[in-house]
Design a protein around this ligand. Structure first.
Ligand code: FEO
Ligand code: CA
Ligand code: CA
Ligand code: CA
Length: 734
């Protein structure tokens, strides 16, 4: 979710707690940069060869390219979908999109069909709300893991928030809240594991009653793993030895390991904690620094509310009061003062086993996690790339202590493989130089800048991971424009990471604002709907990072694409030269399909929404260094950046536009590339509880208005997973 400033209550990613003095590079912008035109020429050839290896032709070479004609599939051979504000989901001609599973659909046979009138309960047995990141886990005909299966699989689906308006008959009851309402909300979030299978009609359906189906919710017991397990900061009344907690919350982006497990990112978990007025007075100075850095400071006069007020549930049961991270008891093991430290991790789930322990991998740091992109190459260390989504936060990389043994991909005990690779290693944050290079700065007490940090004293290595943001401040990481999903180009291992937007990027920054730098070079104004002025990096960009080896501590980078409106200034805003068939704003989800090598870009936007609902585009990726340098002349100053080769009409196309008031997120594909699955998150989210009695006021009725489920044209909107296939049976994206 990514609402602009006129929607402050829900604009939780606009949290801006990074007040560190880390450099923003405006002081070093005059340094020289060198072009890479030689590389550009050679990479064109390399890209053609790589795509040929995937059995495809890139049509980026133009109509005179012999590879673009003939009988082979043509990448981006579809006609671009036009921008639209209709309450409908649109895919290119020749494609079909159908809902596979939506909010509330029964996972087990012992719950009733979803009525979609606010009276449904038992969400621990139904598909959850606000579908987000998603991964595909193949199943054989006999029901065991089979990575090659394109006919039967498990989907792991994240559920980020709930739309309270529609989850209850008449919207949410104000605090103190009825237990039953809170339980519905707690159970509608988390993760869904659901079996899907291809039927006789050649299409997928979800398998109601499958023994694989299950929900992981904000109440599921989860273990801590890695250096912070047992740390003093993780000790609570529930786990006096600091080894476990309850729940994973605000599950946003995902990752998939080569050993067949799901990684789920806990993003805006901080919003789910209350703190009492005056709690700062009961904490040490160090603790108060930590709370403030994670956006949860309070004063003697003002508490901090839980976004949904779960902590106010009327029974006062600990199931609910644990969401109040305040000093209320005699010691840390007598209350939930430390519960705040128990969320904010990448959590690993074995989708194939309901009995395998679920583990929070503390090595990957505590932050507002988006996805977790795993790079595993034989004989090399395993890298996991991650974004921390809030204004001016950082990009992170974990590097394993162990080198990757491909035999581990097929181990029976998948969580043990996770233990081997994800519990020991080093965490880094990215520092970008203005010359197209960068450094991964180490976040550990071995780094003198971390060990000697004046602002916060780290007790131990577990504390460094629990307060990774503070360690990254100390180590001098670069403040970014809200890092969202990152994923790896399967051809060359380069990371593509979305920087969705930043309303706090300014030429003349004040307060918590920061100046543009080479890796975050744009700040400008845009008008939405002729009235609302948006400032900063309004439309976001997509950055690329090239680590020659996964364990490298130096890298090269450039900017793959700049989001923009097609008619925006070509020298300050629409630097990528996006056309009407390509323009987009606020990239968020980003996934490569291995079958085609295409890069899919999904938007969560509040700036271009007067012209189009959120969307998904397909791009033919290039390689870091395939473009050149670009200088933005702001008059008072200039900023020089590195930009990839500009897209052409045949390397970037809009593939899909979603219904109203939603975002497109999550993408999984069958190994044969013939089906993709995407998520439509929170259609109609801006409908207020006061409008619930009048369906004509709902901002969306999708997918009921498309014939799915109860309600028809007046239906309450539902988040949903959509299956997309090409009618001629060829791969999606061709
Ligand atoms: Fe869950 Fe930052 O998007
Ligand atoms: Ca989002
Ligand atoms: Ca505009
Ligand atoms: Ca996101």
């Amino acid at each position: 979710m990514n609402k602009p400033v006129d929607f402050p209550m829900r604009d939780l990613n606009d949290e801006n707690s990074n007040t560190s003095s880390n450099p923003t590079f405006d002081t070093v912008l005059a340094a020289r940069l060198s072009r890479r035109s030689i590389l550009r020429g050679s990479l064109g050839t390399a890209a053609t060869a790589m795509l040929g290896g995937l059995g495809l032709s890139a049509c980026g070479g133009g109509s005179d390219d012999p590879a673009s004609s003939g009988t082979t599939e043509i990448l981006l051979g579809f006609t671009a979908v036009a921008k639209s504000v209709a309450d409908a989901l649109t895919v290119p001609s020749g494609y079909t999109a159908e809902v596979l599973i939506a909010l509330g659909d029964p996972l087990s046979n012992d719950v009733a069909a979803f009525k979609n009138d606010g009276t449904d309960a038992d969400y621990d047995k139904r598909c959850g709300e606000w579908h987000d990141g998603m991964e595909y886990f193949g199943l054989s005909a006999t029901g065991v893991r089979d990575d090659a299966s394109s006919s039967r699989a498990l989907l792991g689906i994240n559920h980020e928030w709930v739309t309270q308006t529609f989850l209850h008959p008449n919207g949410p009851t104000p605090a103190p809240r009825p237990d039953a309402e809170v339980i519905k909300e707690m159970q509608a979030m988390g993760v869904t594991i659901v079996e899907i299978a291809k039927g006789a009609n050649g299409k997928f359906a979800y398998v109601k009653g499958s023994p694989f189906n299950r929900r992981i919710t904000t109440e599921t017991e989860i273990e801590f793993a890695g250096p912070a397990r047992g740390n003093n900061l993780l000790k609570t009344k529930f786990s006096t030895d600091g080894t476990k907690t309850r729940g994973t919350v605000n599950n946003c982006g995902t990752g998939k390991t080569p050993w067949g497990t799901l990684l789920t990112g806990e993003e805006n978990w901080a919003a789910f904690f209350a703190r009492n007025a005056g709690d700062n007075d009961l904490r040490s100075a160090n603790e108060n620094v930590a709370f403030a850095r994670y956006g949860k400071s309070v004063t003697t006069s003002t508490g901090s509310n839980h976004v949904y007020r779960w902590n106010t549930a009327q029974s006062g049961d600990e199931r609910f009061t644990r969401w109040n991270a305040s000093v209320t008891g005699a010691s840390a093991t007598d209350d939930y003062r430390n519960e705040f430290y128990c969320q904010g991790y990448v959590t690993e789930i074995d989708p194939y086993s309901a009995t395998a322990k679920i583990r929070k991998r503390t090595t990957l740091g505590r932050m507002a996690h988006e996805g977790a992109a795993v790079r595993a190459e034989a004989g090399k260390k395993v890298a996991v790339y991650m974004g921390d989504d809030a204004r001016n936060e950082y990009i992170y990389k974990f590097v394993s202590a162990q080198t990757w043994n491909p035999a581990d991909a097929n181990a029976a005990d998948r969580m043990a493989v996770g233990d081997k690779y994800l519990d020991s290693g080093k965490l880094y944050a990215a520092k970008f130089n203005d010359d197209g290079t960068g450094t991964w700065v180490e976040l550990s007490l071995a780094n003198p800048a971390v060990a000697g940090y004046a602002t916060y004293t780290f007790a131990d290595e577990g504390d460094v991971l629990i307060h990774a943001r503070l360690a990254a401040d100390a180590a001098g990481a670069t403040k970014m424009d809200r890092p969202e999903w990152g994923n790896l180009n399967p051809v060359n291992g380069e990371l593509y990471i979305t920087l969705t937007n930043n309303s706090n990027r300014r030429l003349n920054p004040t307060g918590s604002q920061v100046a543009p730098n080479a890796a975050n070079p744009r700040t400008y104004s845009d008008v939405r709907g002729g009235t609302t002025v948006l400032n900063g990096n309004v439309n976001g960009h997509i950055l690329r990072i090239k680590d020659a080896d996964p364990a490298d501590t130096t890298f090269t980078w450039d900017i793959f694409l700049f989001g923009a409106e097609s008619d925006a200034s070509p020298v300050l805003v629409n630097l990528s030269g996006l056309t009407d068939d390509q323009d987009f704003s606020s990239p968020d989800g980003l996934v490569f399909t291995k079958s085609t090598g295409l890069c899919w870009i999904q938007t969560d936007d509040g700036a271009l929404v007067d012209e189009s609902n959120c969307m998904m585009l397909a791009a033919v990726p290039g390689a870091v260094g395939d473009g050149g340098q670009v200088t933005l002349d702001y008059g008072s100053t200039t900023v020089t950046t590195r930009m990839g080769k500009k897209p052409t009409a045949t390397t970037l196309k809009r593939f899909l536009v979603g219904p109203k008031d939603q975002e497109i997120t999550g993408l999984a594909e069958t190994p044969d590339g013939k089906f993709i699955f995407i998520n439509v998150q929170h259609p109609g989210e801006d409908t207020s509880a006061a409008e619930i009695a009048d369906p004509s006021k709902y901002t969306s009725h999708w997918p009921g208005n498309a014939g799915y489920g109860a309600g028809g044209a007046n239906a309450r909107p539902r988040s949903a997973t959509v299956m997309i296939y090409k009618n001629d049976g060829r791969r999606v994206g061709t």
